[in-house]
Design a protein around this ligand. Structure first.
Ligand code: HEM
Length: 312
């Protein structure tokens, strides 16, 4: 009787042979390849050297590295959130369990981001920041395409329209008309003249076509639509969507705003470091009033949305 390991190996070989034969491939040649190939290492697998070569400060100020790395960390988390959303949206037999598990992951990414924002707020020397920030103009985190993509996949465009136009655009179905009025299109404008900054113009030019395609793709299949069509009223789903809404539209914006307040608020001269934008009126969530899931909040909660803001 052959020993159990040999038998196991034999079965594995047989399965491998079937797998390769199905594609018209010769297993034996692949086994030769295996014989000569190197063992995988941690650093190769995660491309560590490449990863650590992606920080290229524009100035000699040491804290600029903190600024770059933390933005990169944030973009990686945004990317994971989009990855989870895509799995929900693409799922052919979506169950409540799967929906909730993926929402939990998204929530956990945003909790990490909110919890770690102190790296920005307390982690850089203010004088260094105000100097190196000038060398980065007109670039800004405002130009994060992934941040906008998360918004587009999470709700219907109408809920991302600026507060002044939201009510009157309720019946509008044309994606281009809604895109025109998204709340962020009046952010990053010049405080003095109300004109769009180069930051905003660059951003629109690079991404607006992508945002249009993404909005069309998700018009009937975004997280809000999935909730309404498949899980309306489910307490498990509601709890998670509420937390996600609050994290994305109040808690992250407030943590982020703390950094703007710390570095930019005190001296009017410092306003230059943003290119002189309307950020104090634009950033507070109590002014933006973005709710991905307005039906999940009562009137009182909506009234108090983002009230814990710094601007009083
Ligand atoms: C010291 C740190 C930071 C400061 C002082 C700061 C400042 C600002 C300001 C002033 C704006 C408004 C746009 C403008 O007027 O130019 C803005 C927008 C934005 N920033 Fe930052 N930021 C910081 C860190 C970050 C980080 C780490 C991220 C991560 C990607 C980020 C992402 C964004 C996003 C997504 C917006 C647009 C927000 C919205 O439309 O509501 N920021 N930031």
């Amino acid at each position: 009787m052959s020993n159990p390991i040999d038998q196991n190996l034999q079965e594995q070989l047989q399965k491998l042979q079937q797998k390769y034969a199905a594609m018209g491939q010769d297993l034996s040649s692949y086994l030769d390849g295996l014989l000569y190939s190197d063992y995988l290492t941690y650093w190769d697998y995660i491309h560590l050297d490449t990863l650590l070569s992606l920080q290229t400060p524009k100035t000699h100020f040491k804290d600029e590295k903190v600024f770059i790395v933390y933005h990169q960390i944030t973009e990686l988390y945004f990317n994971l959130a989009l990855w989870e959303i895509e799995q929900i949206v693409e799922h052919e037999n979506l169950t409540e369990k799967f929906f909730c598990e993926r929402l939990d992951r998204i929530i956990s990414y945003f909790r990490h981001l909110v919890g770690s924002f102190g790296v920005m707020v307390d982690g850089m020397d203010r004088d260094q920041f105000l100097k190196f920030r000038m060398s980065l103009l007109p670039a800004s985190g405002f130009q994060s395409g992934q941040y906008r993509m998360i918004e587009i996949c999470s709700t219907d465009l109408i809920h991302l329209v600026n507060t002044d136009d939201r009510e009157k655009m309720k019946g509008t179905t044309e994606v281009s008309d809604l895109l025109e009025k998204l709340y962020w299109r009046s952010g990053a404008t010049e405080l003095a003249t109300g004109k769009k900054t180069l930051t905003l113009k660059q951003f629109e030019e690079k991404y607006i076509d992508d945002f249009k395609k993404l909005s069309e793709k998700h018009r009937d299949k975004n997280l809000r639509q999935i909730y309404l069509k498949q899980f309306a009223g489910s307490l498990e789903v509601v709890r998670r969507l509420r937390e996600f809404d609050e994290l994305a539209n109040v808690r992250w914006p407030l943590s982020h705003m703390k950094s703007a307040a710390k570095y930019l608020q005190k001296d009017p001269e410092d306003i230059k470091a943003t290119g002189g934008t309307n950020w104090q009126k634009y950033l507070p969530p109590r002014f933006q009033r973005i709710f991905f899931y307005p039906e999940l909040w009562n009137e009182q909660e909506k009234k108090e949305w983002g009230k814990a803001g710094l601007m009083g």
